[in-house]
Design a protein around this ligand. Structure first.
Ligand SMILES: O=C(O)[C@H](O)[C@@H](O)[C@H](O)[C@H](O)COP(=O)(O)O
Length: 299
């Protein structure tokens, strides 16, 4: 299918290549033109240097896929796109937007007859490039229309239509809350090992845990990688930033009166980490770098 992709950051750029490799025609747009030139020159993907050119180069039922950071930029973009789109066109938000914003935006676009789709995208940069995990909020009809695309860019069984518009970002928010808690537990476990007085090889421990243990998995594989790259984590400062999803999960838990001490505490630990360096903080910062390319502060 022909897709207009907006946003050539780490995730958007790799999703464009993934779509292209699976036979879709991508027209790429980015606010700064250097990325458009790069994808044109290095990958042979056609670029559009304005939103008008982008929408103009799509035919029939237009599909636009935004891969830009959550926040007010999305609203600005939506307002710029509305006059360029017609009834029945589809606008996808593949970023980590707050689901409340998504519900509001879906209503706004419904008034214009434009279908809004939220795609909670997981698997980091590697997933975007080679097979992502997508949690999709859309009407039944729009999901069926887009299904061939999700089938192509996701891992097998790595996409699900979880409900109406807004629910994809809701599920992704909870996913990230869980991610905070899991990483925190890993960080704490390794900090206890570090303080134990034994001379453990953390890479070896992560590796053995990845072979048949209950706590094996991608985060543990990345833990191994973090220690392979820096066995004592001396180059990493234990400052763990957060871009919102953990906070929103905690807000939702408070609203629903669901006790969520693990996720809440991992969020608070991140805030504390901005004031005080710890070994677990270093590891979690390293893990965020491994899966999401999020920068680490150097010690
Ligand atoms: O599932 C994923 O692939 C990640 O969760 C991804 O979406 C991103 O790396 C997080 O948004 C980081 O979230 P924090 O900045 O809140 O740690």
């Amino acid at each position: 299918m022909k897709i207009g992709l907006i946003g050539l950051g780490k995730m958007g750029y790799n999703l464009a290549l993934n779509l292209r490799d699976r036979g879709h025609e991508v027209i790429a747009y980015n606010r700064s033109t250097d990325k458009i030139k790069k994808i044109e020159e290095e990958e042979g993907i056609k670029g559009a240097f304005s939103l008008e050119t982008l929408t103009g180069s799509l035919e029939g039922r237009k599909i636009l896929w935004m891969m830009i950071p959550a926040g007010p930029m999305i609203d600005i973009l939506i307002e710029s796109l509305i006059p360029l789109l017609k009834q029945g066109d589809i606008l996808i938000d593949g970023g980590n937007s707050n689901y409340l914003d998504t519900l509001r935006r879906a209503e706004r676009l419904k008034m214009e007859g434009i279908d809004y789709v939220d795609v909670g995208t997981s698997g980091g940069v590697e997933g975007a490039r080679n097979g992502a995990c997508m949690m999709i909020g859309a009407t039944e009809e729009v999901f069926d229309y887009l299904k061939p695309i999700f089938q192509d860019v996701c891992l097998e069984k790595g996409y699900a239509h979880v409900g109406k518009p807004g629910t994809g970002h809701y599920v992704k928010m909870i996913h990230n809350g869980i991610e905070y808690g899991m990483m925190q537990a890993i960080g704490e476990g390794f900090e206890i090992l570090e303080k134990s007085g034994f001379d453990f090889d953390y890479k070896q421990i992560a590796q053995v845990w990845n072979h048949g243990s209950v706590i094996r998995g991608w985060l543990m594989e990345l833990t191994q990688k973090v220690f392979e790259e820096d066995p004592s984590l001396k180059s990493i400062k234990g400052v763990i930033h957060s871009s919102g999803e953990g906070l929103w999960t905690v807000e939702e838990a408070l609203r629903l009166k669901v006790p969520a001490p693990v996720i809440t505490d991992s969020l608070f630990v991140r805030y504390r980490s901005e004031q005080q360096d710890t070994f677990s903080g270093k590891l979690i910062a390293g893990l965020r770098y491994q899966f999401g390319g999020h920068s680490v502060e150097k010690a």
